[in-house]
Design a protein around this ligand. Structure first.
Ligand code: PMP
Length: 611
């Protein structure tokens, strides 16, 4: 496919993105000195000033706790909260506001149904149908409910385009099926599922349906009555509204028959120590002080989006998606993942030539001011089905432009070009070594760069202080990573796999053959930034004694040089997992040396990671 001019795609602008953009102050900011290009709307959308103003105005002028107050301010806050509920009901065409429960978001909405409806209705042998496209938040709550009730989970597979196999779905439906829980739009691939068809087939089989609308509500009209959905869940923050607020829609008769999810204030009718009766809907499911400002902000977001035009937004995003698909497909080395006929606002890809870790792509784009998401997108079963650990994902919102898509494509092409032939392979040195079969390559493990981990830390700190900013420090780390000795594939065994890292990490350590406690290690990752962190760990620890490794507080050191603050949570966890692995290995060496000292045994090398 060749890149086409944006004008081929955009004959008629469906929506005035420029007029929309001025309402989002964040879009005028810069990242790493570059204008922000925000393409992570599937994770969370930015907020127009109208929403921020509504929340601020509420806190500045209208806040009080709701329901119980006899005074005007509390009555006003209660009115605003309930008006927000009415706004939500109109937005999704619920039969009445009481069918719309405020929650913290999609995750809590699904947990509420799984816990409450599940407890009341699931029995051993019952079946819940999910799909391979589901987000973890539409999998794990059902696994918990199934475990508690001895019900069983069945899964609708996808085809290679990322579309649900409806033929298999129909076969899965049976009198044992109690509930079908599927997403309307896949957050990882963008597939729009035929939920109407899915719901009517489930109903014909006597099952209920929960729709995860997290990725739909901002991108098309929602009519829960026309769909005949039994439950419908979504989050405010993907809808240009605040975080911490979401909605569970449920049909009145179903919600009424369900036990409360949480107990507390506001959800009761009468409490005695002997017995409690519960409030009417929706309060029965809203224990405690709710996120009043969140509800107010959500209503402002809904009003704002409806005024901008949901249909116009959908058309605009479809144009962006089509253009992005054309531009990225035309870049050699990129493989688009998810080619369903009906997609909404999400484009996922991997770079196969040269093979590049998605994390590296994300970090490199970040330096150009472009925010995309990389990883498993909370869809690990889907990644398993695709045979991938992660994808890179751009996702579009109303304020994105064709120019931003072009910017993404151009920067991506440049990153891939720069990546060609950049990795240095110096892992295995073909020299015979004592004790090895002749011809087997000796594997070089890096030796000590300083006399102790603390001395190595000083050297690292000096370099970091010399570099003027974090952009340069990242580049320094990437450079270290590029020079890291590549670990031979034979050492990338399951035993050497380090779990807890966002990217793929293997670490192999050994005790140096002329010592009893000098630990050397090799490690590798599919992400350049993680290879940079591995290089730091090698500078600190490889070639040092197990005792000094254990005595050095690496986490505190990373905090002192600011790494903690500047790494994402995933990368921080990965670094902590590698440090922990090294400490475990060092402890094992110290323990074994103790035994050997006692037995006065010979100091033969212990390959600790294989024990
Ligand atoms: N379902 C889908 C399809 C999602 O994309 C997300 C968010 N990525 C969720 C559920 C969970 O939403 P939240 O984190 O807002 O609860």
């Amino acid at each position: 496919m060749t890149a086409s001019s944006p004008l081929d795609v955009v004959q008629r602008p469906a929506l005035d993105a420029a007029a929309i953009r001025v309402q989002f102050p964040i879009l005028r900011t810069c990242v790493h000195g570059q204008p922000l290009v925000y393409l992570d709307n599937a994770a969370s959308a930015q907020k127009p000033d109208r929403v921020v103003d509504a929340v601020a105005d509420y806190y500045l002028r209208q806040h009080a706790n709701i329901h119980r107050g006899a005074y005007q301010l509390s009555i006003t806050a209660t009115r605003l909260h309930e008006e927000a509920r009415a706004c939500v009901a109109r937005f999704i065409n619920a039969a009445e506001p009481a069918e719309c429960i405020f929650t913290r978001g999609t995750t809590e909405s699904i947990n509420l149904v799984a816990a409450s409806w599940g407890k009341a209705n699931l029995r051993p042998g019952d079946e819940i149908i999910l799909s391979e496209l589901e987000h973890h938040s539409n999998i794990v709550p059902w696994q918990m409910a199934a475990q508690a009730s001895e019900a069983r989970i069945r899964v609708i597979p996808i085809d290679d385009a990322g579309e649900l196999r409806l033929d298999v779905y129909r076969q899965l439906l049976s009198p044992r099926t109690r509930l079908v829980a599927v997403t309307q739009v896949s957050n990882a691939l963008g597939t729009v599922n035929p939920v109407q068809e899915i719901i009517s087939a489930a109903h014909a089989a006597g099952a209920l349906v929960l729709i995860d609308g997290a990725q739909w509500v901002a991108h098309g009209r929602t009519d829960v009555q026309a769909l005949d959905a039994d439950f419908y869940a979504f989050s405010g923050h993907k809808l240009y509204g605040p975080t911490g607020i979401g909605v569970l829609y449920g049909k009145r008769r179903l919600l009424e028959a369900m036990p409360p999810y949480q107990g507390g204030g506001d959800m009761i009718e009468r409490v005695t120590f002997a017995h409690t009766t519960y409030a009417e809907l929706p309060n029965k499911f809203e224990a405690g002080t709710p996120h009043i400002a969140g509800a107010v902000g959500l209503a402002a977001a809904i009003d704002w989006l409806c005024a901008a035009g949901l249909e116009a937004a959908a058309t605009h995003e479809a144009l962006l998606l089509r253009h992005a698909t054309q531009r990225l497909s035309a870049i050699p080395g990129i493989e688009i993942k998810g080619t369903a006929r009906n997609k909404a606002g999400v484009l996922s890809w991997v770079v196969t030539d040269p093979p590049m870790g998605t994390l590296d792509i994300g970090v490199a784009l970040d330096f150009k001011g472009i925010c995309i998401r990389t990883g498993h997108h909370c869809c690990q079963p889907l990644m398993d089905r695709l045979g991938l650990a992660s994808t890179a994902r751009a996702s579009f919102g109303v304020y994105n432009t064709i120019a931003e898509v072009d910017c993404l494509a151009a920067e991506l092409a440049a990153i891939i070009d720069a990546g060609r032939g950049q990795r240095v392979s110096v892992g295995a040195v073909p020299a015979p070594a004592a004790g090895r079969p002749t011809g087997a390559p000796e594997i070089l493990y890096p030796g000590a760069e300083a006399e102790s981990p603390a001395a190595a830390a000083e050297l690292i700190r000096e370099v970091f202080e010399l570099l003027p900013d974090w952009s340069m420090r990242y580049q320094h780390l990437m450079g270290l990573g590029a020079r890291l000795p590549v670990m031979p594939e034979t050492l990338k065994t399951p035993a050497n796999f380090v779990s807890g890292c966002q990217s793929l990490v293997h670490l192999d350590a050994r005790v140096r053959s002329d010592s009893t406690d000098i630990l050397e290690f090799l490690a590798d990752s599919d992400a350049a930034i993680v290879r940079g962190l591995i290089a730091l760990l090698q500078q600190l620890f490889s070639g040092q004694s197990a005792t000094t490794i254990l005595a050095f507080n690496a986490q505190a050191f990373f905090g002192q040089i600011g790494l903690d603050e500047h790494l994402s949570l995933g990368r921080r966890n990965g670094l902590a997992a590698m440090v922990q692995r090294l400490r475990q290995l060092a402890s094992r060496v110290v323990g074994q040396r103790g035994v050997r000292d006692l037995e006065a045994a010979s100091p033969a090398a212990v390959h600790c990671s294989h024990t």
